[in-house]
Ligand binder design. Structure first.
Ligand code: ZN
Length: 141
């Protein structure tokens, strides 16, 4: 049995329990909603473990935005060597963060479920080709 690697599953926003089912509907960059599925389509894990669980992802998203803003500021300075115009930095940072918002939304939730949720574990027995019957594995949740 081939185990799906954790880094590949995180990069592709797969379920943290089976690493097979998609956490989100559709692609990252698309017009319309960027919704997380209620259940894993493969193993039926409920992603929102308790009501309001993803509020914690806001803190992760905030930290990601601060880091990305710092990187954008440094890149703007290194490329332009401009020390005079705050508007250049403001427009670059805000524009860059606007473009990165769908990625931050998605990966803040992925990081929350993979790294900061101690009760969510990988189950290699669920990492199989066929979708798992949800009723059979309810006790995992
Ligand atoms: Zn799953």
């Amino acid at each position: 049995m081939v185990r799906t690697s954790r880094s590949w599953a995180m990069l592709h926003a797969k379920c943290p329990r089976c690493r097979r089912g998609n956490m989100f509907e559709g692609a990252t960059y698309r017009f319309g909603s960027n919704k997380i599925n209620l259940n894993c389509p493969h193993c039926q894990m409920i992603f929102e473990i308790e009501p309001g669980y993803f509020y914690a992802a806001m803190y992760i998203s905030y930290a990601m935005n601060v880091a990305e803003g710092g990187i954008l500021w440094a890149a703007t300075f290194l490329i332009t060597q401009n020390n005079d115009s705050p508007w250049l930095y403001l427009s670059t940072i805000l524009g860059g963060l606007f473009l990165l918002a769908p990625l931050n939304f998605r990966y803040s939730r992925v990081i929350l479920l993979y790294w900061l949720s101690p009760k969510v574990h990988y189950h290699p027995e669920l990492d199989i080709e066929m979708p798992v019957d949800g009723n059979k594995f309810k006790w995992f949740q």
